[in-house]
Unconditional design. Structure first.
Length: 265
């Protein structure tokens, strides 16, 4: 993996001098990746998205992202999870991708302990219908209790089923579904300020429309799929496109690993 754009972003630290240079083609260590993708300092919530897209804009192939990913992408994926307090995903993505509990990884143990984090990030599933299988390990055997984020008018029997399975139910809306801005606030209020969303496209689109997305880590896959696959963000468009600024760009085997921050952040 090599740096095509200085990985000093907007919060340069002394550690930047020790990072691989623009012509360094060796595989970066997980510790170096963690330095490159560190969250901003401070206690304010920071919502980061991690997505992958083909050259022609497809976020999935045959309904899943695995087919357009690669080993380096999975290393970045694991690093971003290793830094997060909470991983946020929509119910459809949880079902399609077969989500399991986040696991503790020795490579990030010391870093997480120093930051006051638990051994692994919590997983927060955003759902209005509560159409989830609460017998799955994601709910019955997580290292950290899974959160189910929904609205006050969600089906009461399904809320009860979630709690019975051991999940923590977070009410983040007055209707059946969750309000995107309130999702961020409610999770931050539980001490989960370093937030990572992995979509899917509908959930990411809701965060974008609500103006609460702070950062996008987008892997550009050197593939073409055609077809009618979803983009990385779906749903209603915004009235005025929001500008994001490029803060780092890495490359490996034709895959580009981009990192953008909201221009006013």
């Amino acid at each position: 993996m090599r740096s095509l754009f200085p990985v000093t972003d907007l919060t340069t630290t002394a550690a930047a001098a020790d990072r691989p240079g623009p012509l360094d083609d060796r595989e970066w260590s997980l510790d170096e990746l963690a330095d490159a993708y560190a969250y901003p300092a401070g206690e304010a919530p920071w919502l980061r998205a991690n997505m992958v897209s083909t050259l022609d804009g497809a976020a999935q192939h045959d309904g899943r992202s695995q087919g357009i990913s690669c080993a380096a992408d999975m290393r970045v994926f694991g690093t971003l999870r290793g830094l997060a307090d909470v991983v946020i995903a929509g119910a459809e993505t949880v079902r399609m991708e077969g989500y399991r509990p986040a696991r503790a990884r020795e490579a990030f143990a010391a870093r997480r302990a120093a930051a006051g984090q638990g051994p692994a990030p919590a997983v927060a599933v955003v759902t209005g219908s509560m159409d989830l299988d609460f017998s799955l390990p994601l709910f019955t055997a997580p290292l950290v209790p899974t959160l189910v984020v929904t609205g006050a008018a969600a089906p009461a029997d399904r809320i009860a089923a979630a709690r019975k399975a051991g999940a923590e139910v977070v009410i983040a809306g007055e209707g059946a579904g969750a309000d995107p801005a309130r999702v961020v606030r409610e999770l931050a209020g539980r001490g989960l300020a370093r937030q990572l969303t992995e979509g899917g496209p509908r959930l990411l689109g809701q965060f974008v429309a609500a103006g609460v997305l702070d950062e996008l880590c987008l892997t550009v896959s050197p593939m073409l799929t055609a077809g009618d696959a979803q983009r990385i963000a779906g749903g209603p468009g915004v009235a005025v496109p929001e500008r994001f600024s490029l803060t780092s760009l890495l490359e490996e085997a034709g895959f580009l690993f981009t990192r953008y921050r909201r221009a006013d952040s």
